[in-house]
Design a protein around this ligand. Structure first.
Ligand code: FMN
Ligand code: FE2
Ligand code: FE2
Length: 392
């Protein structure tokens, strides 16, 4: 496979199709790649490493890309162990290698891996010469951790972007978007953003503004394809997601123990369709993949939440979803609430308390179901859907 992504720059990352859950949390049915790169100039620099389980094969990739030359520098853009996991292995193999990071990074390297020697501190705008090429460092705090920075190759105009512009999905038979289609990774990009980066919209916006003046020919992120042809599309996706921009559409997410809340939601979904809403996604939160629900919440403006009352509280999967939305400070969404109960209503109240706390926009006409559908009039469903569609 041709691993060259730009002059003197080679892809040395690894596909992981074994791990079930990224961060032990997020499903990755299409796998994930841990991307790493070598700049093989007069000096050699490795940019980021890979998850620890891939260290052996990763070292073979380095040897092939450098034709057996030692590694002079390891640039550490991000310390999350999916990228820092092979630092100690690399240091053992290349004891003379300088490890390059900012002050926060170096402190973490010592804390995680006990490495105190051969560290080289860099700050905003510093440049490291490798011969023909040189690398400039830009801080990008909280994209995705506080130490995060990005590295720019001045000769090739390649941005080593860390988690920014990344996506889930292993690389299926290619490395760059000259062989892999942006469209095939779009869903996985939104899902990755919603789950991993979603909380950090403001820092992503700051980073985008900072990097805007750079001429970029290649984006080399730490996950997913290397972007050359689709740079505009990828930057647009990250810009829109980090602004919480939304399309017209509705996610109907419900919990239901015995089906009464579920069947009400099926009717609400049909009614929304009749009111002209074209994009509708319905999820039973007990069985849905939460990462897909979050992905769609980042895409669509409307969010119908339905919960039974459970021991005087929200049904736990519903509460968990609302917490995830709050944690990601999702803005600009329209909420519609549906509560159900049998003897003492609480779910609807809890939804409204959450909304008030987080200043969510809520459709005033909620639906509340007592025991079964017999307690809800056809008109109130229609009215809910009509008003929701109008406010969307
Ligand atoms: C374990 C459990 C706890 C419940 N706790 C309450 C409660 O505290 N207050 C209440 O009014 N109903 C309570 N209910 C009744 C449910 O809220 C009611 O059955 C539900 O709203 C109907 O929706 P479903 O068929 O979609 O589950 C409880 C039901 C179960 C199974
Ligand atoms: Fe990360
Ligand atoms: Fe990562």
């Amino acid at each position: 496979m041709d691993r060259k992504i730009a002059e003197n720059i080679y892809y040395i990352g690894m596909n992981d199709r074994t791990t079930h859950r990224f961060e032990r949390l997020w499903s990755i049915r299409r796998g994930v790649s841990y991307n790493s790169y070598v700049v093989a100039d007069e000096k050699t620099a490795v940019i980021d490493t890979v998850e620890a389980s891939c260290a052996e094969a990763f070292c073979k990739n380095i040897e092939a890309a450098t034709a057996g030359r030692p590694v002079d520098y390891l640039i550490v853009n991000h310390m999350e162990p999916d990228h820092s996991g092979s630092i100690a292995t690399l240091r053992r193999r290349y004891p003379e290698m300088k490890i390059v990071g900012n002050a926060k990074t170096l402190q973490m390297i010592t804390g995680y891996y006990g490495i105190e020697e051969g560290l080289m501190e860099v700050a905003e705008g510093d440049t490291l010469s490798l011969g023909k090429d040189s690398l400039t460092f830009y801080m990008a705090p909280m994209v995705h951790w506080p130490e995060t920075m990005v590295t720019y190759s001045n000769n090739t105009k390649t941005l080593f972007a860390g988690d920014a512009f990344g996506c889930f999905g292993a690389l299926d038979g290619g490395i760059t978007d000259e062989h892999l289609l942006f469209e095939d990774y779009y869903d996985e990009m939104v899902r990755y953003y919603a789950c991993i980066v979603g909380k950090y919209g403001a820092p992503v916006q700051k980073a985008l503004q900072k990097l805007a003046p750079l001429e970029i020919k290649t984006i080399a992120p730490t996950h997913g394809p290397v972007w050359k042809r689709s740079i505009d599309k990828v930057v647009k996706v990250y810009d829109e997601l980090s602004r919480y921009a939304a399309q017209r559409g509705v996610v109907v997410a419900y919990g239901s123990m015995y089906g009464n809340t579920a069947s009400l939601c099926e009717e609400v979904a049909c009614s929304l369709r009749e009111q002209g809403v074209e994009k509708i996604k319905v999820y039973d939160l007990s069985s849905a993949d939460i990462s897909e629900v979050l992905r769609d919440i980042f895409l669509y403006r409307g969010l119908v939440i339905a919960s039974p009352t459970y021991n005087n509280e929200l049904f736990p999967p519903v509460r968990e979803l609302l917490d995830s939305i709050a944690e990601r400070t999702v803005k600009g969404r329209l909420f519609g609430f549906i509560g159900s109960y049998t003897w003492a209503s609480a779910a609807l109240k809890r939804c409204n308390e959450m909304a008030e706390k987080h200043k969510w926009e809520v459709l005033p006409c909620a639906i509340e179901q007592k025991q079964s559908r017999l307690s809800v009039s056809d008109h109130s469903i229609e009215n809910f859907a009509k008003q929701f569609a109008e406010a969307l």
